[in-house]
Ligand binder design. Structure first.
Ligand code: SF4
Length: 245
């Protein structure tokens, strides 16, 4: 692909991603969930932290399952529970693959929100205009890597309408879905390292490289599955070189 073609593809990709977010904003998070996250922001933070190597719905349901079994959404009450109680809720009622590890992540997160943020998880982002501060705050949670931290900022800004500045600090998460679609678009080759993916995204959309992340993930996970491709409905069909097929 020459530079002119590459420019065309990157321009179209940015437009497709923005159009998708426009549409998604009108759908947004389910209203009930959005209300819950506004009232109890620790549900949102814990949902993010649980979102690892399982279906997203199973991860995000975990704070709701805990609420159900403890009979309260109050994080101060959750903090009073023993780690054994939380661990047994994880074992018996959640679908997480790493029940022991994730119940520890859960307990540590609850403790931190109570002790550092005085029980109000929205203080992780409130008063921090710079998104780098928010990413930093997320990274300080046990089990939180850059992928979760940038996903959290993406959701906060796009769906929960939190205003943050300096979005150039939010990089793309170089996971397998993102990589597959960037290869199909001819933007990277099959051997590209994670660092190359990150810098490619920075060159495509320097003002907010992570903006591309949810769209590429959406295409990879909803249209370009390993066993089944839905090319006819795929939003990038006209741009796709179909290299990973
Ligand atoms: S057009 Fe087909 S091969 Fe290309 S990304 Fe979409 S589903 Fe995958």
């Amino acid at each position: 692909m020459n530079k002119i073609q590459e420019h065309k593809v990157t321009k179209s990709l940015v437009k497709l991603a923005k159009d998708y977010y426009e549409k998604e904003q009108t759908l947004g998070l389910p209203l009930e969930e959005l209300k819950k996250y506004k009232k109890y922001p620790h549900f949102f933070v814990i949902g993010c932290l649980m979102d690892r190597q399982i279906r997203a719905n199973d991860a995000w349901s975990i704070p709701f399952i805990v609420e159900n079994h403890l009979g309260t959404a109050d994080i101060n009450e959750w903090n009073k529970c023993s780690s054994g109680t939380i661990s047994s809720i994880f074992k018996q009622h959640t679908k997480h693959r790493f029940k022991k590890n994730m119940s520890d992540v859960f307990c540590e997160a609850v403790k931190k929100i109570v002790e550092v943020y005085e029980g109000d998880a929205s203080r992780i982002w409130k008063g921090s205009e710079n998104c780098a501060d928010v990413i930093y705050n997320f990274l300080a949670f046990k089990g939180c890597g850059i992928k979760i931290a940038t996903m959290a900022v993406n959701i906060l800004t796009r769906m929960m309408k939190v205003k943050l500045k300096h979005m150039e600090s939010v990089d793309i998460s170089p996971d397998s879905q993102v990589k597959k679609i960037m290869i199909n678009l001819g933007l990277i080759d099959e051997k590209a390292s994670n660092e190359m993916i990150i810098y490619r995204a920075r060159s495509i959309y320097p003002e907010f490289p992570g903006m591309l992340d949810p769209f590429l993930w959406y295409v990879g996970s909803q249209f370009c599955m390993a066993r089944q491709k839905h090319c006819a409905e795929c939003p990038i069909n006209k741009l796709c070189l179909k290299k990973v097929f």
